[in-house]
Write a protein that binds this ligand. Sequence first.
Ligand code: PEP
Ligand code: MN
Length: 337
Amino acid sequence: MVIVMKPDANEEQIKRITDKIEEKGLKTQVIKGMNNAIVGVVGDASHIDRETLALSEGIDKIVPINEPFKKANRKMHPDNTTVNVKGVEIGGNKLTIIAGPCSIESEDQVEQIAKAVKASGAAILRGGAYKPRSSPYSFQGLKGEGLMMMVRASEKVGIPIVTEILDPRHVEMFENLADIMQIGARNMQNYELLKEVGRAKTPVLLKRGFASTIDEWLMAAEYIMSEGNENVILCERGIRTFSKYTRNTLDLSSVPVVKSLSHLPIVVDPSHALGKSEMVESMSLAAVAAGADGLLIEVHNDPKHALCDGAQSITPAQFKTLMGKIKKVAQAVGRDL
Ligand code: PEP
Ligand code: MN
């Protein structure tokens, strides 16, 4: 439930309302908009008598939230949320391009790629140290050592980092070392992990599970937000369908759907969706045209020899060319890059 206050409602009137609701054991969240304040009610508001509450002074209207997600709901927060990562604003008019290798492989590799993608306009470096591989026999990542290589490259090159967290016991370490914690597709419904990153302050990039509906994805965001961490960035990375020519099917329609349902920023990962480097460009451009707030692209300096996801990784030179094209589409849809 959301209570929209009248433009001239004063602090006292707002307080009277939040007190009344909190007396019933529910939580409130006051959001001050340009014209009026909004009081969001978090929890099961079914036992609140809306007709009586509506008689309180200063209330313009009461809007019920029928969807199961509350904090992530746009009704609760009509303006877009922007997530600030070391000065990089995700979700504003400027697109955020996140680029880097699937896995951190060496000190030299990550540093070279970090320099190259930054020079072409990427704002954030991606890279996996703890890898959630489908096979236990595949390369599992350089783990803590890889994370430290990434941190050193980040400091040297001056670019924030996003890296995947697999284990709730690693949250404290990631809080100190990562600028954004990534929850991968395989862990989107790992509720204990979601709650643990929800108790941290570091922003979270939440990938859509490959067999998850948009509602399930937003409920996963709700798990994180309900613990206090509201800095959530959604990432569409394709879902599993009967279509066999791409690794997954990129559900670009989720961009406008999420934008209508939620205030959270959404970025698109065409690399994991397509699985083929030659198809990354067209879907990157389409994602920007569809209204995505940014892209997450796998870039490798030697894709043929990459230890993970080489087939979908583009080279730094291809990334540079792509950035030039993204700029043009961004301009066409009124976004900056
Ligand atoms: C990744 O970003 O490297 C990754 C494993 O992605 P996803 O969780 O989308 O498969
Ligand atoms: Mn990958």
